[in-house]
Ligand binder design. Structure first.
Ligand SMILES: O=C(CCC1CCCC1)NO
Ligand SMILES: [Zn+2]
Length: 368
């Protein structure tokens, strides 16, 4: 078993500015503070992968910038051109929603993120490694064809999926998004396409607003190939373990993908400031075990994981370490925060959480 790993130092340099979340404003009592989505958290995750020794068990995969043509398989020329132009200015710009500031040079960083998702996908599909984790920045899962949003500039996972289909002989791709915010980007990009299953597990109505509903099933030929699992706040390892067993595993078994790409966010974590779930490092590792087993049971199943959100500088590194350890089948370090977050409760599956998961599980039967 060999697990690929991709990180580039420039991902730790992505400038999210002070951003509107939450800019200093003495008049309302906000003192200057780093942006909640600053790049340090992902750099800390990489450093823990290195310092813990896990890196010695992984196969390092080189990233590369996505070409314009590769980006245009998913995004409009207008979007790409706007990012290029704003990224070239000293002031930087915004991904598209006025909420996702970036500094000069962000185009190069974001193109490297999308190209790195491609590079990891190529390494897995070619058999150079059995599976792999691309720790990229910025995230991508909110970006749609014509704009970025929610701190996302290009949809890294969608660009990799389209590349796999166009260049690597992959036909059926499953995108499993367990970032705590709805994977609206893949849902929109692949809405009418039955060759790509898009499955998002997220806190209901967290972000984007009014997005990720159970009834959003895909359009036309793609109907039935989008599956949303909106969850109430307060879900922990019990709820996520239940949905892994009753939604993720059967949906992947029914779809039989040639490639599974996980949009891997850690903001469902128990210490994340941008949502209200309580997943621990153990819970994330269980999700990995589920999708890895599901991918292995598909005839050509392969598994690629691409970083999305996650904002706790303390806990994201340990959730990330547990995730990559589960992928590689190598344990190097216990999570020292686990006793604290586990003691705070939230692990048990509660009736209202079971109901929310069962509502989504009922829709798996339509998959074929
Ligand atoms: O982690 C994210 C970004 C969510 C934030 C974007 C604006 C407020 C919440 N998306 O997956
Ligand atoms: Zn998120």
């Amino acid at each position: 078993m060999s697990t690929g790993y991709l990180w580039h130092e420039v991902f730790g340099w992505h400038d999210t500015g002070s951003g509107p979340l939450f800019p200093a404003d003495p008049a309302i009592g906000i003192a200057p503070m780093p942006h909640l989505a600053n790049s340090d958290t992902k750099r800390r995750m990489h450093e823990l992968v290195a310092v813990s020794g896990l890196l010695d068990h992984l196969t390092r995969i080189e990233g590369r910038p996505a070409t314009r043509e590769e980006l245009l398989r998913v995004h409009t020329p207008e979007h790409v051109d706007r990012i290029v132009a704003e990224s070239a200015s000293a002031r930087g710009g915004d991904a598209g929603d006025g909420f996702s500031a970036f500094g000069r040079g962000a185009y190069e960083v974001a193109a490297l993120g999308a190209g790195s998702a491609i590079a990891m996908t190529e390494a897995v599909v070619s058999g150079r490694v059995d599976d792999g984790y691309a720790l990229v920045n910025p995230a991508g899962h909110h970006a749609v064809a014509g704009t970025g949003m929610g701190f996302c500039i290009f949809n890294n996972v969608a660009v990799a999926a389209r590349h796999a289909q166009a260049e690597l002989g992959v036909e059926r791709v499953a995108i499993v998004d367990w970032d705590v915010h709805h994977g609206n980007g893949a849902q929109a990009i692949f809405a009418a396409d039955p060759s790509v299953l898009t499955l998002s597990v997220h806190q209901a109505n967290c972000f984007p607003p009014d997005s990720g509903h159970l009834h959003q099933r895909g359009e036309g030929a793609g109907h039935g190939y989008n599956l949303n699992v909106p969850l109430p706040p307060g879900c922990g390892d019990g709820a996520y373990g239940y949905l892994a067993e009753t939604v993720l595993a059967p949906a992947l078994a029914a779809f039989e993908p040639d490639l599974v790409i996980v949009a891997s966010g850690f903001d469902a974590g128990a210490m994340d400031p941008l949502a209200r779930q309580m997943v621990t490092s153990t819970g994330f590792a269980h999700l990995v075990d589920t999708v890895r087993d599901a991918a292995a049971s598909s005839p050509q199943g392969r598994l690629v994981m691409v970083q999305e959100g996650g904002y706790s500088p303390l806990y994201v590194p340990f959730c990330g370490l547990a995730t990559i350890s589960a992928l590689a089948g190598v344990h190097v370090l216990d999570d020292p925060v686990l006793p604290i977050v586990a003691a705070q409760g939230g692990a048990d599956l509660l009736p209202h959480q079971r109901e929310a998961v069962d509502a989504a599980a009922a829709l798996v039967a339509d998959l074929r």
